[in-house]
Write a new protein. Sequence first.
Length: 511
Amino acid sequence: MQPSRDYLQSFEIKNSLFGLKWSQVTSSLTVNTGTQALPPYYAEIDCALDTNEVKHIVIKSSNQLNYLTVHSNDKYQHTKVELSNKELKEHQITSFKFTKALFDEAEEKTLLIALKKGHIMIFALGKNEIIQSFNFAEGVDPFKKANPDFLIPIDSTLLVVFQDSTVLTYDVMSKQRESNEFHEIIRTIEAKMPAPNYVGSPIRSPKKSLRQRVYSIGTLNFHYIPNPKQGRNPLDYYRFSASTISHAAHVKKTELNGEGNFLGMTTFDGVFALYDLSVNEAVFAYKSLFGGFNHFEVSSDGELLVLAGQDDAVHIYSFVNGVSRRIECFSAFVTRVWFQTPPNGLESYLAEEAKQSTKVRRIIASSLDGSIAFLEFKNSVMNQPTEESNNPTRFGQLLLVQAVASTDEENKEILMNKAQTNKESVGIIILCNNVLIVSSTDGLIVMYRFEDLRVPEMSSPPPLKEVSDSIGKEEIPEEKLGGLNTPSNQTHREKRTFNNAFSPREASPSN
């Protein structure tokens, strides 16, 4: 299967609430990853910036990592990530993530990589070498059938989320061997855990036993077990009895819960849950009307939550006043959702020149139908209650919200532009400053740049560059386009920043 030659090269977000700012979107770079029909059918991506606004992008296709450094003029360098250890090369890469989102210009760019076998390593991209590694499965592997799907760095703690909805936490600075006794405790308790409850039993308050704490949110149960040997890895064990955790990420703040360290996750059971890692309690849950969720993001100010639904809709929820919206955007699953934070002083521009009395929001969503939607609205939209109430229910620290179906009339102030970017399904999109990176199921990566039309030197679209000669430049005919605090054990270990914890200067050499 050859990558599609029909991809959208440019489009305009019409009648944008941002005015002329960031309304023109133009392809600036394409990459043919060579991915053929292998699950999950699209290349995975992570992106970080440095203080010189150079974009550092890692793309995983099949079992290979490609590293791109893209400059503001779209000049780029492309290298392959080579694992120096021959044994590690033979095992599938299941997850990867930059150790932080923003690096100093001269700082070594480091990447977390997890393998199906159980190794987790810190990889220096500039040196193309492993600078630290450990094996969470060495000799005591109770999770052989579960791949590590997500790596979440929080301060000096690393959360590893597995395919079977298990989460283990690690102190990356610890020099001690893993606790075999704790793994034995986990095995014993897992054998006694009930199967996920799919009939929707009522929520009950947290119940403590000698070694575990249990919650129930409808079909989603939470189990938490701390390591009785303080300071030994793994520090904590969590088990969520969801069918699958579809996305998990660190949430730093919500207007409902304040600032802290939260684990946010979506499940194919249709639940978004927020778990406070400082007290190890579930504090918020949002339940869909039907279908699961594929992805989520919380706005940088902590006011709004956006969810990618398997009901072909984008869900928006306000942590400020409990108002929600459900916007049907697509004809297939929504795969990714992101808030686009206006860069380069755009907030000031909107307030002074456009005379906006409220914040303007933009959400970018992608779908398996091959299109991308741009949703724009004023913050005041989320102050208007819907005809049907969410009827939130509180149980101790936990607030449960049930999704509601908002009407077209209630959603009329949400501006939607759509672009059919590719004939293939769009699996992943990610925002990296003013660049939108789109990954489709034919293995094609297209990077779109948001043009600032108010700046004269950027008024002309940049020339198209390619990594692969097999990528065509034909545009899709217009008639085919749509409109456009760390875990509770922190009391017994010194708190360190994640940046220091993963600094090459402090990392132990690879075995």
